[in-house]
Design a protein around this ligand. Structure first.
Ligand code: ACM
Length: 483
């Protein structure tokens, strides 16, 4: 009897052992801590998914139910009352950390515990990766305990829908995949020289004119998202823990808008929507109040469509000849005591920033917004290198790093392994500024990317980025490849 008890106690203490190679938990991104247990949980139709009564928790339970049905064909029921065998989702404030979760699989039950809904959802995504593939009446899930949380809060991918339109279903599929690997931001580049892709009710020509271009062979190409498409995508992303951050480019990369409404540029000359790539001189006129009235209206519709607290306004690559040559812009510089056109750009961006802040939104911009001085409440997205990151950090801005992760770079020049090995925050520029670093994202500019090769450009490189940002301590590329 005594020996029996002792054996039981020993078993209880050694129920989970640190996994040397974690063969059992083939999860990407690699969880912070994995301990393998004994035995396995039998997942079959008698299992119930139990979750707290709140709307989001019930939605997450339904997401898990649907995922299990899709992956294995097993139909589970969801509910709020505890009942064994069960998969239990629990809110537990003792699981520390933003987005953190603890997943425990024993032969008796599966529990996902988290302090917040975001953590609960990531626990569900991990459990989905643990399910054996294939259709069986019962799946055996090996016992395991996983304690996990991300290192960086901003883990993103940027999709450029402006150079080549990305159909709604393909955008949703990417959201599904980002979410599967715990990336939580879709930065959606919606306007540029070669196309305006978002319906704005007050300015219908932005899409009736600005969304279409005539290619060199005479064909018409383009497309745009209706406001209903946008709402659908934002909701699809919300259910998957993904925040959609729209980018509305200004003051440059604005040719499509100028093609629709020529009065937005200083020369006010009609232009076609360009069908070639590069940087174009037709930009919004900083001297005209009408420009700001237009942008105020556009941003109002955008702010209403996207619940994210951030709006990206671009700000990169702004040739300023038109401002130099325009009487109204020169007058503006005189009135506002601005020494040069760089200062005029800074004034432009800060005026837009005040407009956004009045709507409760934080401005995000490419690192050029530092030129001429940036307000420290703006979030800077670094693309031109660590020197720009250093300027942003010294100025007190929060930072997103994109430069090392340009996925439009050919795959042979920036491989999955390269991305896995990049340690963007090791440079001296970041030392002592850890609190200002939100995270990173991988932009996929689409001059040479169409729906035919979009996924080939994204994957598997995005998986390496996902692991880099979630768990930078995972360094073993062979292990990553195996998973
Ligand atoms: C950029 O690549 N022009 C931000």
């Amino acid at each position: 009897m005594r020996i029996h008890l002792l054996v039981l106690m020993l078993l209880a203490f050694s129920a989970f052992a640190p996994a040397a190679h974690a063969q059992a938990a083939e999860v990407i991104p690699r969880p912070n801590r994995i301990e393998e247990g004994h035995g396995s949980f039998a997942l079959n139709r008698n299992v119930r998914i139990v979750a707290p009564a709140g709307r989001r928790a019930q939605e997450i339970a339904a997401f898990l139910r649907d995922g299990i049905r899709e992956q294995s064909g097993i139909e589970l029921r969801t509910g709020t009352a505890a009942r064994r065998p069960s998969i239990e989702l629990r809110t537990n404030p003792s699981v520390h950390g933003e987005e953190a979760y603890r997943l425990t699989v024993t032969p008796q039950r599966i529990e996902i515990a988290a302090a917040d809904d975001r953590g609960l959802f990531w626990g569900v995504q991990t459990l989905r990766q643990l399910l054996p593939t294939g259709r069986h009446a019962t799946l055996a899930i090996p016992a395991v305990r996983i304690d996990d949380a991300p290192r960086y809060a901003w883990r993103g991918v940027m999709l450029d829908a402006a150079r080549h339109f990305i159909p709604v279903a393909l955008v949703k599929q990417q959201i599904d995949l980002l979410s599967r690997y715990k990336l939580n931001v879709l930065h959606w580049h919606l306007t540029d020289d070669q196309g305006w892709r978002i319906e704005i009710r007050k300015y219908p020509k932005l899409t009736s004119v600005g969304a279409w271009r005539t290619e060199a062979d005479g064909s018409r190409s383009g497309g745009f998202y209706t406001q209903q498409d946008i709402r659908d995508i934002v909701e699809y992303a919300r259910r998957r823990n993904v925040m959609v951050v729209p980018e509305i480019e200004m003051p440059g990369h604005a040719s499509a808008a100028v093609a629709a409404y020529p009065s937005l540029s200083c020369p006010k000359q009609p232009i076609p929507v360009p069908a070639t790539w590069g940087v174009f001189t037709d930009i919004y006129c900083a001297g005209d109040e009408a420009t700001f009235a237009f942008l105020h209206d556009v941003l109002g519709e955008v702010a209403a469509l996207f619940p994210a607290p951030y709006i990206h306004i671009g700000g990169d690559e702004v040739p300023k000849q038109q401002w130099t040559q325009s009487a109204s812009s020169q007058q503006r510089m005189h009135d506002e005591h601005l020494p040069d056109v760089a200062a005029l750009q800074s004034w432009f961006v800060q005026r837009i920033q005040r407009d956004l802040e009045a709507r409760g939104k934080t401005l995000v911009g490419w690192d050029e917004i530092l030129e001429g001085g940036a307000d420290r409440n703006a979030v800077v997205e670094m693309w031109r290198g660590d020197a720009e990151a250093a300027k942003a950090l010294a100025n007190g801005n929060r930072l997103i790093v994109a430069g090392p992760f340009y996925l439009d770079t050919p795959i042979e020049e920036l491989t999955t392994q390269d991305i896995y090995r990049i340690d963007p925050f090791a440079a001296p520029a970041y030392a002592g500024h850890e609190d200002q670093v939100l995270g990173a994202e991988a932009p996929l500019w689409s001059e040479r990317v169409t729906p035919r090769n979009l996924e080939a450009m994204l994957y598997p490189r995005v998986l390496a980025l996902a692991e880099r940002l979630w768990n930078p301590d995972a360094r073993d590329y062979a292990d990553f490849q195996r998973r």
